[in-house]
Design a protein around this ligand. Sequence first.
Ligand code: ZN
Ligand code: ZN
Length: 254
Amino acid sequence: MKNIIKVLKTFCHTFLELLFPESGVCFICDSYDEEIGEDHICDECKQKLKFIGEHRCSICGRPLELGYIPDKCHECIKSIHYFTKVIAPLEYTGITKDAIYKYKYGKKAYMYKALGHLMVQALQNEDIEDIDLIVPVPLHRSKLVNRGFNQAELLGKYISNYFNIPMDSKNLIRARKTKIQNKLSKKERRKNIKGAFKTKRSKVFEEKKILLIDDIYTTGATVDECSKVLLHAGAEEIVVLVLARGQGSGNRGQ
Ligand SMILES: [Zn+2]
Ligand SMILES: [Zn+2]
């Protein structure tokens, strides 16, 4: 009974947050200014966001060091990913890191509008006309109950509505609970996530060019595993869109 009440409270809270996001309020720092528009971020916070520049790996989006010539980072030269490309507007650092933490763990579901808008802006610079379907990285059911929402699904919903591209959040599922990835090495992450995803009605992915959505890209283990499963289900191509990109193994060009 206690659990049911907890779940209901979480869902009611999430529902209200989604319904009533305050206008004129910066969703990142909570300051009020009537000038704040549909992006829900104040000018001061915008200045602090660290955008990834043009000089980045053409596959995984990693920022490359000045003077590094190839268009792929060392890692993408030596290893193959199941996705073709990662689009990531921001570096996972500073204010972006804090904002994502607040969104996910502070039960601030309404922040998907501000964060989703940053992802929309990143997509506007890309060729996305042939994207058929948006698919968010799924959460395990137990995590969904605790958090009350899937952060990737809300971001996907915003992007789907904005560009009028359909989204499917039901047919790629997380069948197995996995350990929290942030303390694991790259190798451990791959092992931890292997076999965690399954498709239900795989037909919906057949011959589709899919935009796979997540909030953060660190080593890419999660989105790569999802991409593998989607390709296995018959998808034609997977492009990944995340809000922020970590440095992975800590190096830039190498
Ligand atoms: Zn602000
Ligand atoms: Zn790369």
